[in-house]
Design a protein around this ligand. Structure first.
Ligand SMILES: *Cc1c(COP(=O)(O)O)cnc(C)c1O
Length: 334
């Protein structure tokens, strides 16, 4: 079986760095959506809780139920609100406010410029009036930045918009509401973080997606992907390996097959410009659904130990590299 090794020391190192930025670990809400970005939902929840994290963010109620025992509070980004001690629900559309259960804790998502989810700023007064009239349980007000990871003025005007939102909400008399807007990139570049929580995802897993021109904050990748040998053979010069025979052995060589493929969420890539493992082994020929071929006969090989490096080869982002990994792959803590 291919295996994902989760490095606990690296995870705690990243949490330490982020807690310093946020001011305390109580202000870190760990984003565990999508199987904890492919790292393993319950495993990462337990580790985070053991570290002292009290807040989590997930996409669905199903995910939230699975990790409920480990957190004081969980924000569900895309779920139908209901009354619960631990859960709160992002409300992203004005229409929801008409029928939402008044006892459910809701966090109003305001669109400050990303134009994906959230009520428009012009709708804020209407929303607050509805919340007041229906006596809804407004627990938080939040927004999401579209370009916190880009060196430009964009982040500043969106931040400015959210300050306006805070002012409007407070002026309307909602003073027990929590405010949050920062994702990893925003927290990593902020100098004076002063919101109630930061919703940190990619950075807890060890990736700083900010351009190098920002303060470098050392983060360490938490996930490493290993594959196991299923068979070994000697191939002669001129013999071709795998589907389509895209790799031709230049000389006699020892080749092994390993149990990882695109069915496990590893990208198929381009056999003519092969991915190279951290130990310098190019994948030989095409990636199959469940197998890849590599030179040598090692029992296990490390396929990836830094999703950013792999992402740049596959022309994607670290988020996609780890999130795509199948939940079926065994995960272990090292
Ligand atoms: C995914 C997500 C985050 C975390 O973003 P990172 O860039 O991974 O830190 C924060 N907030 C919302 C609303 C999200 O959907």
């Amino acid at each position: 079986m291919a295996t994902i090794r989760i490095n606990k020391d690296n995870f705690y190192h990243n949490l330490n760095q982020l807690a310093l930025k946020a001011g305390s670990k109580e202000r870190l809400a760990v984003v565990l959506k999508d199987n904890a970005y492919g790292h393993g939902l319950t495993l990462m929840a337990q580790l985070a809780s053991e570290y002292g994290i009290r807040e989590a963010v997930v996409i669905s109620t199903e995910e939230a139920q699975q990790i409920k025992p480990w957190f004081a509070h969980i924000l569900i980004l895309n779920g139908e609100p209901f009354r619960d001690e631990v859960f709160s629900f992002a409300v992203t559309d004005l229409r929801q406010l008409h029928h939402v259960d008044p006892k459910a804790k809701i966090e109003l998502k305001v669109d400050t410029g990303m134009h994906r989810n959230g009520i428009r700023m012009e709708e804020l007064d209407t929303a607050l009036t509805l919340i007041r009239e229906r006596d809804l349980t407004l627990y938080g007000v939040m927004t999401h930045y579209r370009s916190a990871d880009v060196l430009s003025s964009e982040w500043y005007w969106q931040k400015h918009n959210f300050e306006t939102v805070k002012h409007i909400v407070r002026s309307a008399g909602f003073d027990a509401v929590r405010f949050h807007s920062h994702n990893s990139a925003a927290l990593l570049r902020s100098r004076h973080f002063d919101e109630d929580i930061a919703r940190v995802g990619i950075a807890i897993y060890g990736y700083n997606e900010l351009p190098a021109s920002f303060d470098p904050i050392p983060l360490h990748p938490v996930l490493a992907l290993y594959a196991r040998r299923t068979s070994t053979r000697r191939v002669q010069a001129g013999e071709r390996i795998g589907y389509g025979g895209d790799f031709t052995a230049p000389h006699t060589m020892t080749v092994s097959t390993y149990d990882l493929g695109y069915g496990d969420g590893w990208p198929r890539g381009d056999a003519h410009d092969p991915y190279i493992t951290p130990d310098g082994l190019p994948i030989l020929g095409r990636v199959s659904m469940d197998f890849v071929s590599l030179e040598g006969d090692q029992e296990t090989v490390c396929i990836m130990d830094d999703a950013r490096t792999a992402a740049s080869y596959f022309e994607t982002i670290s988020y996609e590299m780890t999130t795509a990994l199948s939940p079926e792959i065994e995960r272990e803590i090292v």
